[in-house]
Design a protein around this ligand. Structure first.
Ligand code: GLA
Length: 767
């Protein structure tokens, strides 16, 4: 039993955590504990003590209890105007026209499964237990259901709220959060994933001080501020310390507020952003908030991440691909942009196949007048010049090569220069009396309109059912503008989810990758439909360490699209080794985003070998237990993924110091007494990268600008020194002292010859 209700107390237990609250004498819900698992028993030590008279406070009911002040209580939910001056989870204009409201206990029930949501996606919890506590306003028949679903194994509590109006008069919702949680202050550090286009999900940490910290988006979930957030005690590390994690199953405008109040209580509220939000509830109507998910771990940030990874893999991601290894794909976008013909695509697919790719993805540009990003969006007619045999013809030819076929769509948007817009200008979101603001030369379609949703569903499904498509990339390349109000943004989202449900629920065999100019809609709402999301348009592996590393706090590796592209990189001009591009993308839903003909023959041969290796570690990298390993050096990033018999370790050095010492490779989680072998994946070194330093290795002098060197570079490579060891788990976990790196004093075949941005990939196998 994960839910116990006794006297006036509510207790939710997961494998490692306990969540406890109780009804006060006035019917408010007082939070007692959320954190490590505690045995049942007397909770007096957990109760917030407030018996002494207050200096300056608004008392809830002075005649009954002069020490009862809502501002000084840790609460599960709160209202407005009764003495709690912190962020309120609900702001509602009540039937008397006032915002004053006071929600107190009315009833409760425990159910098996998660109560079904009507409008939004939710986690899958058929066998989980749910507690529903109904609160009622002290004056009007306006109700709030607080719904808690307990995911025992994953250590996750899902929370949401439903407001119901039973009063004769309408009420107006101005703000309604999915949850409110009060914790005692412990000098927390707040972590968010912040950034921008091509710089998504960078970890930002700041100490929580008095006042409120807001993490929000006023469009869809966005590059700037991901909806996920963590709270860690000051000295928490990857491995130890108390860490709380919060996220939302919502792809829209979100807000999470963390407020340290004057009583030393931290309040966390999260849900739909109240920005411009107004929602009328007539008699009998209700409003459901998106599902929020909360976790706690005393095993540091990795503990929090591992809880969320299991939860997302088991309870959020669904469909045939939920737990299947992702095919190695080759996407034609960076190889072709809009310039391609059927034959050039088939050539690209053939080259990809030779390298070991399993899925060919045709990106933007296959329909209408889509030869630049200024036209064609909204139309679904295949461009006959580019694809004379249609998508079906192309798909079949790809299949004949032994590859699957995937296709790009951007159904939510429209260009002015499109047949769709010419026929239905009223389908785009714009205000009748204002000049609309475009994003990437396009307008957003109004998904609150039934006919728009039908148009998208009909056209996308027609294509999906008319050719052999086993993968879809669904893009969304602009933010929302020219909208009516916050309620419209929410209705748009409801429409969006309905469209996805109609298209993809009956087609579970399709692998679905979300995308919004890269990682602009990387969230759990989206992951209820797409098994993976394109993490960023930035494929520079050094940037990806930050992006994928940041996302890994809250999202499992299998959900992150990660591709090898050409270097120097499109956005950063950074010239990174092929082995680094491969190794970082290996911790993701892997693919290639390049034209192999831009690689030298020896680079192609090396890449083919890398993809062969990848197939042997793919399951571990994508679905193994993932940890970030602290290296004590800001310029060395280490990740590991572990299944029962195999551990894969990635170590990237972004800046190498001069006079390098023995590097110590730390490995975690092996069985001390078992025997293991460690083998480093071969790292090719391409000779042109060494310039005049070749003199250290070769008996003859070759000038760095000579034709001879360029010719040699095309066909010959060296392999970096490869570490191999055999030892017990205990010995490996004591740290592996790696061979030294080149420091300019001469060459040995037992040294590493890699500089900045170098990666090492190790495979540890249990015997
Ligand atoms: C967005 C995506 C890219 C690509 C282009 C196509 O930018 O993030 O991956 O699909 O659109 O226009």
């Amino acid at each position: 039993m994960s839910i116990t209700v006794s006297e006036s107390r509510f207790r939710l237990d997961t494998a490692d955590t306990t969540y406890l609250f109780q009804k006060t004498a006035f019917g408010h819900l007082e939070s007692l504990h959320y954190g490590r698992k505690i045995p049942e028993g007397d909770v007096e030590s957990l109760r917030y003590k407030h018996e002494i008279p207050f200096g300056s406070a608004v008392l809830y009911d002075e005649s009954k209890d002069a020490s009862y002040c809502l501002d000084e209580l840790p609460l599960e939910w709160s209202g407005v105007g009764k003495g709690d001056f912190r962020t309120a989870p609900i702001e509602i204009r009540m039937p008397d026209g006032s915002f004053t409201c006071d929600f107190v206990y009315d009833s409760h029930r425990v159910e098996t499964g998660a109560p079904k949501m009507q409008t939004l996606p939710q986690s899958t919890g058929e066998e989980a237990e749910s507690l529903i506590v109904t609160l009622k306003d002290a004056v009007f028949p306006v109700y709030v259901d607080l719904i808690y679903t307990v995911y025992e194994k994953e250590n996750v509590i899902a929370r949401r709220a439903v407001v119901r109006n039973e009063a004769e008069e309408s009420v107006l919702l101005n703000q309604i959060m999915s949850y409110s949680l009060d914790l005692m202050d412990r000098s927390y550090t707040v972590t968010t994933l912040s950034g921008a286009w091509i710089r998504e999900a960078h970890v930002v940490e700041r100490p929580l001080r008095a006042g409120a910290l807001v993490n929000e988006s006023t469009s869809h979930s966005q590059h700037g501020n991901n909806p996920a957030l963590a709270l860690a005690v000051q000295d928490a590390t990857e491995e130890s310390g108390d860490v709380y994690g919060f996220n939302l199953l919502y792809s829209g405008n979100h807000r999470t507020t963390v407020e340290l109040g004057q009583a030393g209580i931290v309040r966390i509220t999260g849900g739909v952003n109240p920005h411009c939000f107004l929602w009328e509830l007539k008699k009998g109507e209700s409003f459901e908030t998106p599902e929020a998910v909360l976790t706690y771990s005393c095993r540091g940030k990795n503990g929090m991440s591992q809880n969320f990874h299991a939860f997302v893999q088991n309870r959020v991601v669904r469909g045939d691909w939920q737990k299947k290894e992702r095919p190695i794909l080759i996407n034609n976008w960076e190889a072709n942009f809009f310039q391609f013909r059927q034959n050039s695509l088939l050539r690209l697919a053939q080259q990809g196949k030779k390298l070991g790719c399993e899925l060919f993805v045709l990106d933007d540009g296959w329909f209408g007048a889509r030869n630049t990003d200024t036209a064609g969006l909204g139309d679904y007619t295949v461009n006959p010049k580019k694809l004379p045999n249609g998508l079906d013809g192309l798909g079949k030819r790809i299949n004949e090569k032994g590859m699957q076929f995937g296709l790009w769509f951007e159904p939510e948007n429209v260009n002015d220069d499109s047949d769709l817009y010419r026929a239905h200008p009223d389908w785009a979101i714009q205000r009748p009396n204002r000049k609309p603001s475009l994003g990437r030369h396009q307008k957003l379609l109004d998904l609150t309109k039934r006919e728009v949703r039908d148009y998208i569903v009909e056209n996308v499904t027609k294509i999906l059912d008319s050719c052999p498509i086993s993968y879809v990339k669904w893009d969304m390349n602009r933010k929302v503008s020219d909208f009516l109000d916050g309620a419209f943004l929410h209705r748009y989202l409801i429409g969006y989810y309905e469209v996805l449900t109609r298209i993809f629920r009956p087609r579970q065999q399709i692998l679905f990758e979300g995308c919004a100019s890269g990682g602009g809609r990387f969230d759990l709402g989206q992951l209820c439909f797409s098994q993976q999301i394109w993490s960023s348009d930035d494929t520079d592996p050094i940037e990806r360490l930050k992006i994928q590393g940041g996302l890994s706090l809250f999202y499992p590796i299998s959900t992150m699209g990660a591709h090898v592209s050409l270097a120097p990189h499109q956005q950063t001009l950074r010239n990174t080794p092929l082995s680094t591009r491969f190794a970082v993308a290996a911790f993701g839903a892997f693919g290639l985003e390049l034209d192999p003909k831009d690689l030298t023959p020896i680079e192609r041969k090396s890449l083919r070998a890398m993809l062969e290796t990848y197939r042997t570690i793919r399951k571990t990298c994508q679905f193994g237990k993932f940890s970030r390993v602290e290296t004590g050096n800001d310029y060395t990033v280490q990740w590991q993924a572990q299944t029962e018999k195999q551990t894969v370790v990635l170590r990237v050095k972004t800046i190498v110091p001069a006079a390098q010492k023995n590097d110590l490779l730390e490995v975690k989680g092996l069985s001390p007494e078992k025997m293991y072998t460690l083998e480093q994946v071969s790292t090719p070194l391409f000779v042109s990268g060494f310039g005049t330093l070749l003199k250290h290795i070769l008996p003859v002098t070759i000038r760095s600008y000579s034709h001879l060197l360029l010719a040699v570079n095309k066909y010959l490579k060296m392999d970096d020194y490869k570490e191999t060891y055999r030892a017990s788990g205990a010995q490996f976990m004591a740290g592996i002292r790696l061979h030294r790196s080149f420091i300019g004093t001469g060459y040995s075949d037992k040294m590493h010859m890699q500089g900045d941005d170098s990666a090492m990939l190790f495979i540890i196998t249990e015997e």
